[in-house]
Write a protein that binds this ligand. Structure first.
Ligand code: 4AD
Ligand code: MG
Length: 430
């Protein structure tokens, strides 16, 4: 019977065959332990000299790391392994022998591993992170479908810039200038007016010369947008969504979280509602914590965000930032025009901002004036202004950065391990 590692629990006491690779191995004169992986999981194969023919034992002893093979054996429960099962090997058929696999069980430097990302992905740790990423994506679709959102795909090639013009990837679009999308938001606003509640999930690009553990040049964003939702309604969607994905990972990725050594007790506390703190109060809090240099009107850096987050054991919304720090499209607060109806959601444990969101300005004249203040080309935004011309309504939305969220939930230090092939400053290979 041919099966996969993920399905072995259905075959306890039975002999099965699995197509696999050897991820690691150790042996003595009498026994060989093969760590096998098949993509669906990892299992230990035990080859006992006295129980197999001589050729099989010799094959097990000499097989090299990442050699592919069909391995046949009997599935047994094994309480010592976190996976819970192992295989008593009865036969081995080598498919392809791997010679001098570069990533050995010893420690390698980050640059070396990044140069071999196409192979590094096979490791147990990277496998766990990719499975958690996949679970977050699965739970995202489940959550928004359950809540009645429609998935809408905004374009990647665009003529407008929602998040400021300094970080755009420029390209030619035949005779016109075009940019790779830095956010689908403006298009999602049009979609929300057409379809009510919508979300997008796609790649976004920032030509940011940042080299930090939180920055990628190409990253994936989930961008919901809702007609008739005001500032506070928007926060409720965000805290419910983030709680939902954390609880889904806790439920469905127990083994992966164990592989990564993630402290799950901190994740168990992540349930809605989340605390909120205004920008004004966040500045006061920072002063109390000894950050004397920061003044009202300054943007928060990573150390500030981390210090604010430390006061809470859940993600925290920092709300009502100064208008001058945020993009042109945000709705001003009703009682004062120096702050906007926005919130950044800051993850605990130093992972920083995972969501940026706001209520959108819906008054035509006001928005036009904001575009002019930001020296943006009105022609390129004519269609966006149209949304405020024909049945304009209050509406809100947000963008969640997938990789920062995967990093936080997985407990992985750097976003480069949270996307299959990271695009970083100075890295386009592999
Ligand atoms: O805060 P940002 O720039 O917001 C927007 O783009 C809005 N237009 C979204 C919206 O309202 N529809 O980006 C949103 C999130 C950030 O909170 C962060 O998680 C992630 O995207 N992000 C990055 N992730 C990795 N690398 C980068 N360079 C990132 N820039 C933003
Ligand atoms: Mg932001």
């Amino acid at each position: 019977m041919k099966t996969t590692i993920s399905d072995v629990s259905s075959y306890i006491g039975q002999e099965v065959t699995i197509g696999a690779w050897i991820s690691n191995k150790r042996s003595s004169g009498k026994i060989a332990f093969m760590q096998l992986r098949d993509g669906t999981g990892f299992i230990q194969g035990v080859v006992v000299k006295a129980e197999v023919d001589e050729a099989t034992f010799q094959t097990a002893k000499s097989a090299t790391q990442e050699t592919s093979l069909y391995v046949t054996g009997v599935i047994k429960e094994d309480e010592r392994s976190p996976f819970g099962y192992e295989m008593s090997v009865t036969g081995i058929e080598i498919i392809h022998e791997a010679v001098d696999y570069p990533i050995t069980p010893k420690e390698h430097g980050t640059e070396f591993l990044m140069d071999h990302r196409h192979l590094w992905l096979r490791s147990k740790r990277q496998h766990a992170v990719m499975k958690i990423r996949n679970e977050i994506i699965r739970a995202t679709y489940e959550f928004f479908n359950k809540e009645g959102f429609v998935k809408v795909d905004p374009p990647i090639l665009t003529g407008s810039a929602p998040e400021g013009t300094t970080e755009l990837f420029h390209t030619k679009y035949f005779d016109e200038d075009a940019y790779l999308s830095q956010s689908g938001q403006l298009y999602m606003e049009a979609a929300a007016i057409a379809l009510g509640k919508v979300f997008s999930f796609g790649p976004t690009f920032r030509a940011e010369k940042s080299k930090t553990r939180r920055h990628l040049i190409e990253f994936w964003m989930i961008e919901p947008e809702m007609a008739f939702y005001e500032f506070e309604d928007n926060l409720v969607v965000q805290e419910q969504y983030v709680s939902y994905i954390v609880q889904s990972v806790l439920e469905n990725c127990k083994l992966e979280l164990h592989t990564l050594g993630r402290d799950t007790s901190v994740l168990e506390k992540i349930t809605a509602p989340f605390p909120r703190i205004s920008y004004d109060d966040a500045i006061k809090l920072l002063h109390e914590k000894g950050f004397n240099d920061i003044e009202w009107g300054d943007d928060f850096g990573a150390p500030h965000e981390t210090a604010i987050a430390e006061s809470f054991d859940k993600p925290v919304f920092i709300t009502h930032y100064p208008t001058s720090l945020k993009p042109f499209y945000m709705q001003p607060a009703p009682d004062r025009d120096d702050v906007v109806l926005c919130a950044d959601l800051i993850a605990p444990e130093g992972y920083g901002e995972i969501i940026g969101g706001s209520q959108r300005a819906h008054d035509y004249e006001f928005l036009k004036q904001r575009l002019e203040e930001h020296e943006l080309d009105l022609e390129a935004y004519k269609w966006y202004l149209d949304l405020r011309k024909y049945g304009s309504v209050p509406h809100s939305g947000f963008g969640l950065g997938l990789e920062r969220t995967v990093a936080w939930i997985s407990g992985v230090e750097h976003v480069r391990e949270t996307i299959p092939f990271p695009r970083l400053l100075n890295r386009l290979y592999p």
